[in-house]
Design a protein around this ligand. Structure first.
Ligand code: SF4
Ligand code: SF4
Length: 283
């Protein structure tokens, strides 16, 4: 969900990386549960959240959708978010003591708070005539991560794009003048200064605060997921209503409703993303 607000107004003016120290630690919240109330549709779930919640709580995603989670359209894409109670405006996972009942499996946005992610502006790139004709880009590693890999059959069989330095160089050369946005999903963290009322927060390392294993891999996944959504959003206006609906339903099933295994999330996600990219590419 994009917020069209000035970073200066809502943050301390700094952008952080995972190894930076940030004054975000509210020391166990001390009875506060403010950010678990009144969050509207803003706690959006991603596929990693779906994996973590369904495997951690041993419930199918469809069951979560009956009570704790709802679907909404975000920038044209149907995505799930935590449902707030209509009367109390509390998250359905908040217990009677005002504590998170699923702390170990809470979604990524809850882990971040009061931090947020700021996505760096996308770059424009030019496709070579050769790339256009071949319908496949010679992609840099960054582009591959960004989820824009139009891979050749051979590369797909290999399960990964083995790119030569020459191909990478060619990615910026032989311009045909055709411009397209390159979605890298690169981001930094920022501290929301008006959201959490806890005074005198302590400093903590950003990566520690996020409390997610394999952080580098997780951040690469976040970049990939964000880039996919950005690219999808750009494609939507070219499709008719039926196509938009069909793609949304198919992606919802593939990335959220189809059960995940409890093992490593990332290979499962990668396999599904290849299918999702194929699905959105053929339209
Ligand atoms: S608003 Fe701050 S102190 Fe309150 S629950 Fe959220 S993170 Fe904790
Ligand atoms: S999942 Fe937990 S931390 Fe997140 S909003 Fe709900 S109760 Fe709060």
């Amino acid at each position: 969900m994009k917020r069209n607000v000035s970073l200066e107004e809502i943050s301390d003016g700094r952008l952080y990386r995972a190894n930076d120290m940030v004054r975000a630690d509210c020391r166990g919240c001390q009875g506060c549960s403010e950010c678990c109330h009144g969050m509207g549709e803003s706690i959006i779930l991603d596929p990693y959240d779906a994996w973590r919640l369904t495997t951690g709580l041993a419930v199918p995603f469809a069951a979560l959708l009956q009570e704790k989670v709802e679907l909404n359209v975000v920038d044209g894409v149907i995505l799930p978010n935590l449902r707030m109670d209509a009367q109390t405006e509390a998250c359905g996972f908040l217990d009677a003591d005002g504590r998170c009942s699923i702390h170990a499996y809470r979604p990524g946005i809850c882990r971040l708070f009061p931090l947020g992610r700021y996505y760096l502006p996308e770059k424009e790139t030019e496709l070579s005539g050769e790339q256009e004709r071949a319908g496949q880009a010679a992609l840099s590693g960054e582009q591959e991560r960004a989820g824009q890999a139009a891979l050749s059959g051979e590369q797909e069989k290999a399960g990964q794009a083995e790119l030569s330095g020459e191909q990478e160089k060619a990615g910026q050369a032989k311009s045909s003048g055709m411009q397209e946005l390159r979605y890298t999903g690169e981001f930094r963290y920022f501290l929301q200064v008006h959201e959490c009322p806890m005074p005198n927060k302590s400093k903590v390392k950003v990566g520690r605060w996020i409390d997610t294993p394999q952080l580098q891999q997780y951040e690469a996944y976040i970049r990939r997921w964000h880039s996919f959504l950005e690219a999808l959003e750009q494609k939507l206006p070219a499709w008719d209503d039926e196509q938009v609906k069909n793609v949304n339903v198919a992606l919802l099933k593939l990335l959220f409703l189809k059960p995940y295994e409890a093992g490593d999330f990332y290979p499962q996600f990668e396999e599904r993303m290849r299918m999702a990219e194929g699905l959105t590419r053929i339209l």
